[in-house]
Design a protein around this ligand. Structure first.
Ligand SMILES: *Cc1c(COP(=O)(O)O)cnc(C)c1O
Length: 224
């Protein structure tokens, strides 16, 4: 795997307004350092302890993005340093993050994960659940989190029309929330969508953050 070459290839395909999250889950620190030395600074992980271990040994100018389902009892491992949590899938989780961020004297940027896929297994809000949360006084009182946009995962399929319609749906959710709740908030601007198999479609539909793993680091091997 030529990580530097892969990064350059992807970078040449995405516009400068789109940020690249290099998804390094399951990959060793050596692979992350290869990407780091090729200029990459944003890395995505989906396990809290794995991310904390990597944070401890790697350069401190790396921005760590959490991208997977986050259990409330794991928030404490990443709260001191995480720069963006893409995967807020419940009000309860957001409240926990607010609490842990406060302990660390930080404001943690978060994205609301929306359920856009046709599969049963994906996490996330629907529009009404998100609106109910944003309308609540409990949300208004949270001072240590900042919502910076939305995130979604398309159905795992070869059907590009289906994937595109799901990305369109996420963009629509973003537009509605922006108009209704974040009109004067310039920080609410991110649409995190697109992975190795579908990032070009995601960018066409308005993605600002693509999360790419295997096209940079190679296939993941989960058998230890
Ligand atoms: C693993 C993962 C990715 C990257 O997937 P690839 O297909 O390897 O690019 C992106 N987003 C999330 C939420 C992931 O869990």
């Amino acid at each position: 795997m030529d990580i530097k070459y892969n990064l350059e290839t992807i970078k040449s395909q995405i516009t400068s307004e789109v940020q690249l999250v290099a998804v390094s889950k399951t990959k060793p620190v050596e692979a992350i350092l290869d990407a780091y030395h090729a200029g990459q600074r944003i890395f995505g992980e989906n396990k809290a302890q794995e991310m904390a271990e990597k944070y401890n040994v790697l350069p401190k100018d790396i921005q760590w993005h959490f991208i997977g389902h986050l259990q409330t009892n794991k928030v404490k491992y990443i709260a001191p340093f995480v720069s963006l949590i893409h995967s807020i899938d419940s009000f309860k989780l957001l409240a926990y993050i607010n609490k842990e961020a406060e302990k660390n004297n930080r404001v943690i940027d978060c994205l609301l994960q929306f359920y856009i896929a046709t599969e049963e297994s994906k996490f996330g809000f629907d529009l009404q659940e998100a609106e109910t949360m944003l309308d609540s006084s409990e949300y208004t009182l949270m001072k240590n989190i900042r919502l910076a946009g939305v995130m979604g995962m398309a159905t795992y399929t070869d059907n590009l029309d289906l994937i595109k319609s799901e990305f369109k749906q996420l963009k629509t959710y973003f537009d509605i929330l922006k108009q209704t709740y974040f009109k004067n908030d310039s920080q609410f601007k991110e649409i995190s969508m697109g992975m190795s198999g579908d990032y070009l479609q995601a960018i066409e539909e308005g993605s600002t953050l693509v999360r790419i793993g295997s096209s940079i680091f190679g296939e993941r091997n989960y058998i230890k």
